[in-house]
Design a protein around this ligand. Structure first.
Ligand SMILES: [Zn+2]
Length: 446
C-alpha cells in the first residue's frame, strides 16, 4: 500500500543512476521509498496521502555529520576568538553551569533547527559535565522525541580536560555500555562513542573504546587535527602527530569518523586512506574559528569518503547545510583558483550520500532510491532569490537557504509541513531557551 506520493516536483535524487527527474515522483510505503521515477506516478497506485510538489525541489534529507547540539544554548557566546579561546573562555564555563535538563533543552532546540533546515540525520557529538546525573540518557531521549534520525556519540575524556568534564575510565566504559544497550533497538537513534579531544585520553581509554566499538559494533567519532595548537597538544602529550597517535592506539578504520582533519601531513592523509576512515568537513566552522582550510581535494583524491557538517550551533552559528554546501564549494574554488575544484554536484553528494556512508548509514539514507528509508525534503523555489531556475542543482546549492525548506519527511512520517514543526510548540521552546540561557550566563560569568 502506498502511504505517501510526492509528485510534480523537480527530484534531485543524489542517486548516480538517475540524478535529476524533472518532473518526477517519489512513492513511499511505510518507512521506505518504494518507487522513484520520471513524470507522474503510475495510475491506480492510490496513495493514502499525496503531496503536490510543483515549484519545489525534492531531495534526500541532508546528513549533518558533525554537530554539538549540547552547546546550542551557547549560540553567539564568545564570538571572534580562536577555537581554544572560544572553548575554554566562553563555552566550557557556560556549560559547567548547565543542569541535566538544560542539555535536553539544548538538544531539542538544536534538533528542531536541524529538522526545519532539511537535515534529517545528525551526528550529535555530545559531551557534558553532568554524566553523573544521566545527562546522556536525557539528551538522547530529547533527540529521539523531536522525530529526527541521529547517531548520538557519547564523548568523554578520562584525563584532565575542563573541571567537571572528566570521568573515570571505568565509568566511561560502563556508562557507554548502558547507553548503547538502552538504544540498541531504536528505529532512528544509534549510539556511538569517542573521546572529545585526543590528547587527554589514556591508553586504557583507547583500548576500551576500540574493544567496545568492535564488540558492540558502534561507531567512533573524533576531532582530529583541527588547529596547529591542537596538534601541538597531541604531540606534547603523546610524542606523535595526531593521526599517527590514532593509528598507534588502534583508532582508525571504516567505523571511525574523523572530524575536521585540517592540519595534516601528507603521510597522515595516506594513513587515513589506508585504514578507510571517513572524514567530515565543516567549512563554516573552520572559517569562523579561523582554523584553516582542510585538504579536502587531496583527501578525496586519496579515496577518502568526505561528508559535510555544520559543526555545533555555537560555532557556525546555524545548522544550515545549504550554507555549508555553498561555503565548501566556494572555499575550495577560491583557495585553488579552480572553479571545478568542488562543484555543486560534488557538495550535494557530500551533504547526502557521502555523509550517510561516513556515519555507517550508507545503505539506508542519503539518496532517493527504492528500498532506502523515506527521509525526504521539499524546498520551495517560489522566492525572489531562487527564480528563475535554469539549473536545479545550482539553484539548490548556490541560491537556496534553510528557511526555504517547506516539508520534511523522516522514515515516511511528515515532521515539518509548510515550514512548521508539527510535534513541538516552537515559540514556547524559543522563549524557554532564551530565558534559561540568560540565567546560565549570569551563573557562569557573574
Ligand atoms: Zn566539533
Amino acid at each position: 500500500v502506498i502511504s505517501l506520493s510526492i509528485e510534480g516536483g523537480t527530484v534531485l535524487t543524489s542517486d548516480p543512476a538517475r540524478p535529476i527527474l524533472d518532473p518526477g515522483h517519489v512513492l513511499v510505503e511505510g518507512s521506505r521509498i518504494s518507487a522513484v521515477g520520471a513524470g507522474p506516478p503510475p495510475s491506480g497506485c492510490n496513495p493514502a496521502q499525496t503531496i503536490d510538489a510543483r515549484d519545489k525541489l525534492v531531495i534526500p534529507g541532508f546528513v549533518n555529520a558533525h554537530t554539538h547540539l549540547c552547546m546550542t544554548l551557547g549560540r553567539s557566546l564568545g564570538s571572534d576568538r580562536s577555537l581554544l579561546q572560544w572553548l575554554t573562555q566562553a563555552q566550557l564555563p557556560f556549560m559547567a553551569s548547565m543542569a541535566p535538563e538544560d542539555y535536553a533543552l539544548a538538544v531539542t532546540l538544536g534538533a528542531v533547527e536541524n529538522l526545519k533546515s532539511g537535515n534529517t540525520t545528525v551526528c550529535e557529538v555530545f559531551f557534558s559535565n553532568r554524566y553523573t546525573d544521566g545527562a546522556d540518557e536525557l539528551a538522547a531521549r530529547a533527540l529521539a522525541d523531536t522525530g529526527i534520525r541521529g547517531v548520538f556519540f557519547r564523548c568523554s575524556n578520562d584525563e584532565e580536560f575542563a573541571p567537571g568534564f572528566v570521568e573515570g575510565t571505568q565509568e566511561i566504559a560502563s556508562r557507554s555500555r548502558n547507553l548503547i544497550a538502552t538504544w540498541r533497538a531504536h528505529q532512528r537513534i544509534r549510539v556511538g562513542i569517542g573521546p572529545l579531544v585526543p590528547w587527554t585520553a589514556t591508553d586504557e581509554y583507547w583500548a576500551d573504546t576500540a574493544a567496545l566499538a568492535r564488540d558492540a559494533g558502534v561507531g567512533v567519532h573524533l576531532h582530529t587535527a583541527e588547529t596547529p595548537e591542537y596538534n601541538e597538544l597531541v604531540k606534547s602529550r603523546t610524542g606523535r602527530s595526531n593521526v599517527e597517535h590514532l593509528a598507534h592506539v588502534g583508532a582508525l578504520g571504516s567505523q571511525v569518523m574523523l572530524n575536521h582533519c585540517i592540519h595534516l601531513a601528507r603521510h597522515e592523509i595516506d594513513l587515513i586512506a589506508e585504514h578507510g576512515s571517513p572524514v567530515i568537513h565543516d567549512p563554516t566552522s573552520n572559517m569562523i574559528l579561523a582554523s584553516g582550510t582542510a585538504p579536502v581535494l587531496e583527501m578525496r583524491e586519496a579515496g577518502i569518503v568526505v561528508g559535510l557538517a555544520c559543526d555545533g550551533p555555537a560555532c557556525n552559528n546555524t545548522q544550515d547545510m545549504f550554507e555549508v554546501m555553498k561555503n565548501a564549494a566556494l572555499l575550495h574554488k577560491v583557495t585553488t583558483r579552480d572553479p571545478e575544484a568542488l562543484t555543486a554536484a560534488d557538495v550535494f553528494a557530500m551533504a547526502t550520500r557521502d555523509g550517510a556512508l561516513a556515519c555507517g548509514l550508507g545503505a539506508e539514507v542519503g539518496s532517493l532510491a527504492p528500498g532506502m528509508l523515506a527521509d525526504i525534503v521539499l524546498i520551495d523555489t517560489m522566492a525572489c532569490h531562487l527564480r528563475p531556475v535554469h539549473d536545479p542543482l545550482a539553484a539548490l546549492v548556490y541560491s537556496a537557504r534553510a528557511a526555504d525548506v517547506d516539508t520534511v519527511v523522516v522514515g515516511g512520517r511528515i515532521v515539518v509541513r509548510a515550514r512548521e514543526l508539527l510535534a513541538i510548540d516552537e515559540t514556547a521552546l524559543l522563549r524557554r531557551a532564551q530565558s534559561r540561557a540568560l540565567e546560565l550566563r549570569r551563573a557562569a560569568f557573574q
